[in-house]
Each structure stands twice: as C-alpha cells, then as structure tokens.
Design a protein around this ligand. Sequence first.
Ligand code: UGB
Length: 629
Amino acid sequence: MASSGATAENLSKLRINGSPKGYWAASAPNLQKNLSILSSDQIELAKMLLDEGQSHIFVHWLEPGVDDEEKKGFFDQVARLNSSYPGGLVSYIRNARNLLADSKAGKNPFDGFTPSVPSGEVLNFGDDNFVMFEEAGIREARNAAFVLVAGGLGERLGYKGIKLALPSESTTGTCFLQHYVESILALQDASCRLVEGQCQTQIPLVIMTSDDTHARTLDLLESNAYFGMKPTQVKLLKQEKVACLDDNDARLAVDLQYKYKIQTKPHGHGDVHSLLYSSGLLKLWHDAGLKWVLFFQDTNALLFKAIPASLGVSSTKKYHVNSLAVPRKAKEAIGGITKLTHADGRTMVINVEYNQLDPLLRATGYPEGDVNCETGFSPFPGNINQLILELDSYINEVAKTRGAITEFVNPKYKDSSRTSFKSSTRLECMMQDYPKTLPPSARVGFTVMDIWLAYAPVKNNPEDAAKVPKGNPYHSATSGEMAIYRANSLIFRKVGVQVADPVRQVFNGQEVEVWPRIAWNPKWAMTFSDVKRKVGGSCSISQRSTMVVKGRNVSFEGLSLDGALVINLVEDAEVKVSGCVQNKGWTLEPVDYKDSSYSEEVRMRGFRIEKADQSEMNYPEPGKFCFKS
Ligand code: UGB
C-alpha cells in the first residue's frame, strides 16, 4: 500500500463526496480530522466505506486516548477484507444487501424449481465394473491435483488441535494429514508404474487453511518432513474471513470490545475456488498437462478407498463435475444431491444442503419432507463433498466468475419482523455450489459408493454423537475409527479371507460394531485388485485380532491370525507371511471422555488400546523373506 499521506486532492475528494447529509455530518468530520495520518490508498478505502453507507464505523474516531497506529491498523484490516473478496468490499456489501433483502422477504432460493431424484453412476465394491473404473482412475491419477479444504475450526467436534492432526485410528496413531499425504503418494506411485519408461510425476497437493488452522497445519507438515512429500509439492492457501454485518442495510459490525476492528467470520469452504483462481495455480497445472482437480475434506479416512474408482468414472464418462455420494439417511447432516427443474425448463444437478432439503420437499408436493423410502434411505444420494472437476472446463468457468461462488446468508432474527439480528451475520459459500453457475451443456454427474467404503467423517463431539437418532451415523472419532476397521475387514472378506463377525460395544455412549483391527498403509494397497493380489490361500482372522501392515511388499498366504501381528518393512524388502499367529493380542479398554487422566485424543474416542502381546516382524534390510510360524 502506498503511504503518500493525505494529499490536498484526496482531502478535497473526500469533502466533495456526495454522501447523504446525516452520516456526513455525524462521521465524515471525525474522519477528516484524521486524514493527515492516512495514506492516499487508505483515504480511498475510507471514501468507499462512506459511499457504501458505513459512516457508523467512524463515529467514535475523535474519542480521546486512541493511538494513530490503531486507526492505521483498522485500514490494514479493511484493505485485507477488500482484496480477498472477488470484486472487493463494495461487491461484498452490495451482495449482502441483496441477499439480506431476499432473506427478509422470506424468498426461497429454490423458487420455481421442482426437486427430483437424479440418476448417476452407482458402484458396487469389487464387481467387474468397479475394478474397471479403479484401473481407469489409477491411470488418470498422475494427471490430477488434490485440494484439501481444511480451514474449518471444527466447532462441532470441539477438539483443541486442528482436525488434520487427529489420529484417524489408534493402532498406528496415523493422523489424517499423514494418511492423506501417504494416499496421494501411493496413487502417484501406482499411476507412474503404469507408464512406460521414466515417470517424474509429483501430484500437487493444495491445502486451504484459515487463520484458525494455518500455523498449526504448516507446523504439522514441517515437523514431520511433509510426511514424505516434497515440500515443493505442497502449497498452503490461506482463506481470509469476511466482514460481519449488523443489519439488513449491510452495515459492517464493529468489534464490541475494540472499536478499530470489524468483526469477521469464516466465509465457508466455497472460498477454495477463488483462491485457486487468484493464486494462478490452475493455469500452472493446465500448462503442466494436468486434467483433474480433486477436492476433499479434513476428516474422512475412508475417502481414498473411493477415489480411484470415482476418478475412473470421471474420465470414462467425461464428467466436468463428479460429486462423490453415499446412500443418505433422511435428516442426516449431509446435503442431498438433487435434480432441480425450473418452470422455465432449466435443470441442474446440485447439492441441496441438509437444512434446505426438507422445506424444499414440503413446498413442492412431498408433504412428509425429508424421509426414507422403502430402501431405508433417503431417495436423494448424500453429498460427501468430495468433488472431481475436469480442469479445462473448470478454468474456463472460473475465468468468468473469478472463482466467486453463489453465496447465501443465514441471519438469526430477533423476531418475526425480520428487522434486527440476535448477533451479527455474514455471507457464506460452499464449494459444492460450484455447478450453480455452469451452462446447461456442462456434464455434471455423481458417483454413489457404499457408505462403509467411502464415508466416515469425524465431526461430532462424544456428547452430541451419543444423541444422534438411532440408526443414523454418529460421525464421531469413535465411529470414524471403527469404520476403518470395518472397511478393511469387509475388503478382506471380499477377497476370500474368513474374517470373524464383529461384536457390538458401547464407547462414549455410542454403540458401535467392533471388527478385527486391520490397518494398512496406503502403499500396501490402494485398490481392490492390490488386496486381491496380495492375499491368497485360505486366511482367517479372529474378531479379537489386530493386524498392522507398514510397508509395500507384504503378501499373505494361508495365514491364520488370532492375536496381534505388526509387520514393518523397508521399501526394497519383500515378505510372504503364512502359518498360524496366536498371542494375547491387543484389547480395547473403555475410557470415559470426562476422565482427564487420558489425552484428549483417547477420551474423544472412548477407548484405549492395551497392548498385552504381539508378534512383530521387522525387515529393515532389502531382500526376500518368508515368515511362517
Ligand atoms: N472448511 C473450510 O476449509 N473453510 C471454512 O470456512 C469452513 C469449512 P464442515 P459442513 O461431509 O458431512 C459439509 O464444517 O460445512 C472445511 C457439506 O456442506 O465439516 O457442515 C472444513 O475444514 C455437506 O453437504 O462441514 O458440511 C472441512 O474440511 C456435507 O457434505 C470442510 O470444509 C458435509 O460437509 C467441511 O466443513 C459432510
């Protein structure tokens, strides 16, 4: 920002500014008495604020005892708010006024649209179709970039750290970020192996952070050597918060304690599109020949089991937009993918957020609203907010919109007159609303996967999770971890392993299925075919067993496991495991989430692992080995 000071020209510009009398009289003089401390850019910002009806901000500017630096600091914040929003603060304030007027009038954003159930690609894990899509996806992976949205505070979860640092499961303690990075590296490796000759591909990973998560995300990466990725492969883009609004005139909300600051709140994960656009990364990726951008969220450890097949669907069906979905329980807090047909003939396939689906259905001829159908699920597939966008069409679209996403506002009104708010509000946007501005020619599809395979986020704290209606998913640290063991057990069953049935146990008031604790790192297997190739003979695993595989080249031939087995091997080692492993194993011991003698990570899942006994195989040197007990 230039700091030329208040020129005579600028001062006169401010004076001749045609502002309505009332606020001019109340505030502009206050501001004018401060002009000498402001740069010309700051004066322009002040003028813009006055023009946009924000004079209330300056009413206290003549109060005694305030440092000039605080006033300059105020304009630093305004400059940030101005530059981080497509079209600047003027656009933000005007958009807010329009959206607040619509909200006051009770206007339905889906007015004129009739919902219906869309058709998409429904996959069944392990069948020929699934395997064909997985192979196609692995081939395409080297042409992809991954974008992780991780700016959310996770208020529902209430964890003191960032969600990416949470262990996804307790047998290895692998945190979500490590699991994601290792999955991308495994995809990179698997995809490169399909290319003849040298393949230098490094799949890029972008992480969208916010002030709430940025420093801790960077620290997590740096203190763990980027979990094996090249530091240049990872880019952090920080989203800024947006200004809060006090009333229907979109007057910016001044901080209640400190008057030289505007209140701000997160704008939502939709910011990711404008950040990617303004960072220039999309063009770089395009020039490097990339074809796909995959967006994903911070705490779904199952996701990468669904990625290869869904990317295969995108490339085979030539989808511009492919949303990953799972069967959805009515009223579950995930959006429903819906076909909307307007009275004028327009149609779109879009996520309708969970709080809007029920009223939309009731208003359009479905008096029962959001209910399950005869399948026991909502007829609308559940959006798990993992999107695959085709880069060419994505670049074309964001060049038009600068990545701006259709916003919404959700003020909590004091009363039915809808004239004042209980607390300040702000505009929000969601990344899955990207298709809303696409032309009708865009190929927008979705891919439905089994829930057990694709979706088990960690979003709810133990108390809230325990209150989830029976039959609906808990979305807690407990259920997220149990889902990993269940998915791995079911995959093993699918390749012929005799995996014992789970038992039901209650942790933190949540009844969950406890399957054998089977965990492998992504380089061991990314696809169904990988598992099939590495597991043979007639293997069996008892319910009380734990199996941890850390390494690439491990195969099992007729293994019978009843206890705990941990296998560690270096990259160039290869081991075949067979025979019978039996020991006391590892047990899950319940822990109350209020018991402060345990770490927060243990308390929030409601159990700890007691390692009574185990068979551990370590292969620190390259070579071929056989293990038979
Ligand atoms: N996030 C950001 O990066 N920045 C923000 O400003 C806000 C969030 P939530 P939400 O998977 O079950 C979404 O809060 O918004 C990141 C979909 O809208 O966990 O309630 C944040 O770090 C919904 O349709 O989810 O609901 C996290 O990684 C459904 O798919 C991600 O955005 C639902 O997720 C999601 O934030 C779901």
